[in-house]
Write a protein that binds this ligand. Sequence first.
Ligand code: AMP
Length: 175
Amino acid sequence: MEREKKDNSRNLYIGIGSNLNNPIHQLNIAIEYLSKIDFSHNMKIASFYESPPMGPLDQNNYINTAVMFSSSESPEDILITLKDIESSMGRKKNSIRWSERTIDLDIILLGDLVYESDSLTIPHMYAHERAFVLFPLLDLNPDIFIPKKGFAKDLVKDCLYRNIKKIENNERFEI
Ligand code: AMP
């Protein structure tokens, strides 16, 4: 059990998405920010994936990936850190659901934690049904289990938004 580890750390999976201002570049910048936070040791990075928008259709395709590292931070502190990175990267608030964005950072999983507050739901409430979340998760851990939902390798077989393409050369810079 991950929560019984001595240092109380858990595997944190963060989903990253963008569809504005050169999304691949935005993802690389977000990864750079995440690599600099003081608790992101030994970060693993998934492949990048492209998929059509799931909300309003008059917007660019999305690029998504995920990263994983071990963290002993609280869920709410992690959320604050992610929101800080989003604002540093110039994300503007938009009241339209699923509208275009320069960067979106979500907590997908934090070990086997199941957590619910006014500001946060972990596992992320839609993670289990979205191809653009499940494929990056599987890159990071083929045996990843989403609490209360199942193994990602099973969920991916009949999830939504399957029109997804792996980006073979994402020009990711070394971190
Ligand atoms: P978004 O539009 O994806 O940036 O999400 C908006 C809000 O969703 C955030 O400000 C959070 O308060 C809330 N939220 C709920 N669950 C999560 C999660 N697992 N990761 C990130 N944000 C979450």
